[in-house]
Design a protein around this ligand. Structure first.
Ligand SMILES: NC(=O)c1ccc[n+]([C@@H]2O[C@H](COP(=O)([O-])OP(=O)(O)OC[C@H]3O[C@@H](n4cnc5c(N)ncnc54)[C@H](O)[C@@H]3O)[C@@H](O)[C@H]2O)c1
Length: 281
């Protein structure tokens, strides 16, 4: 879809990192931007900073894990702009913890933001996207962790594989319609993702995590045994530019870190070899 001045972009997680950079990249093209984030101040900071570009902006505080808040975001967008042309389902959180050590609360939190947050937005915005005359595009932020397994990030990887899966199906189901879909799969980006627990919440008291959990993971440091090759960090601005260029080319997959191809191939070759084996039997 061609991105043009006057179109409306709705971006979750717009208060920081990739979402904030997407907001600036859209606004610099003359688009109006709805900056949504669980951190009200961060959403407002982004919306205020975008005004230099001249478009209209709206800041909305939303926890994407909560269906009613995402419905409210869609309603605020409809009231303010009537249409949405670019829906960036970008809000996401990460936990650096082995699968065997993840608590029920860990799974619940990561899944509720990274996956259910996206399904809530699809449910809330789809009626508007289908009703409006103008074309639209949905960008779901997954990760390279949605294409290759990363030890130490099991809950995150599982959620991002789910984002890839649901987006691939959505893309096929919307083929031939006026709604495009892209899946953003970056490697490492210089953002605050490794301090995700700053925004942690518990939906159910029965799944409460301990303060120790939070303290242990609040440092914002990245404890991984990534090979140097896969630690190359891109700026969020670069990722945003690559992403918008891919939307204009209607690319389903947006890969920002080509060096990760080797890891992806390792996985796909292994799967492919098993298919070969089963055919032989
Ligand atoms: N940084 C990376 O290396 C990297 C790599 C691949 C994918 N990603 C993905 O990019 C997306 C953006 O993350 P980022 O790296 O910019 O991190 P970030 O922490 O800098 O930004 C994430 C934003 O999402 C917001 N947020 C968190 N929970 C929320 C919730 N429940 N509801 C609404 N907003 C919420 C945060 O307040 C923050 O402003 C995420 O989906 C992340 O998984 C990041």
């Amino acid at each position: 879809m061609k991105l043009k001045a006057g179109q409306v972009a709705v971006i979750t997680g717009a208060g920081s990192g990739i979402g904030e950079a997407l907001a600036h990249a859209c606004a610099s093209r003359g688009m109006h931007v709805v900056a949504a984030d669980i951190e009200r101040n961060a959403a407002e900071r982004t919306a205020t900073a975008l005004r230099v570009h001249g478009g209209k902006t709206l800041a909305v505080a939303v926890n994407v894990a909560h269906r009613d808040e995402v419905q409210h975001l869609a309603e605020r967008t409809r009231q303010a702009f009537g249409e949405c042309h670019l829906l960036c389902n970008n809000a996401g959180v990460s936990i650096n913890r082995p699968v065997a050590e993840c608590s029920a609360a860990d799974w619940e939190w990561v899944w509720s933001v990274n996956v259910t947050g996206i399904t809530h937005a699809i449910e809330a915005f789809m009626p508007m996207l289908k009703r409006q005359n103008a074309a639209s595009h949905i960008i779901n932020t997954a990760s390279m962790a949605g294409l290759v397994p990363l030890p130490g990030f099991g809950a995150y990887v599982a959620s991002k594989y789910a984002v890839v899966g649901l987006s691939e199906v959505l893309h096929q189901e919307l083929a031939g319609s006026s709604i495009g879909v892209s899946i953003l799969c970056p490697g490492v980006v210089d953002t605050r993702i490794f301090a995700s627990e700053r925004n942690r919440f518990d939906r159910s008291e029965g799944l409460a995590h301990t303060q120790a959990d939070t303290d242990a993971h609040h440092s914002g440091s990245m404890e991984t045994d990534f090979d140097d090759t896969y630690s190359r960090m891109l700026s969020p601005q670069k990722v945003a530019e690559i992403t918008l260029a891919a939307v204009e080319k209607e690319h389903l997959y947006v890969a920002t870190h080509p060096e990760w191809l080797a890891l992806f191939k390792q996985r796909s070759d292994t799967i492919e070899s098993v298919f070969g084996g089963s055919i032989a039997h």
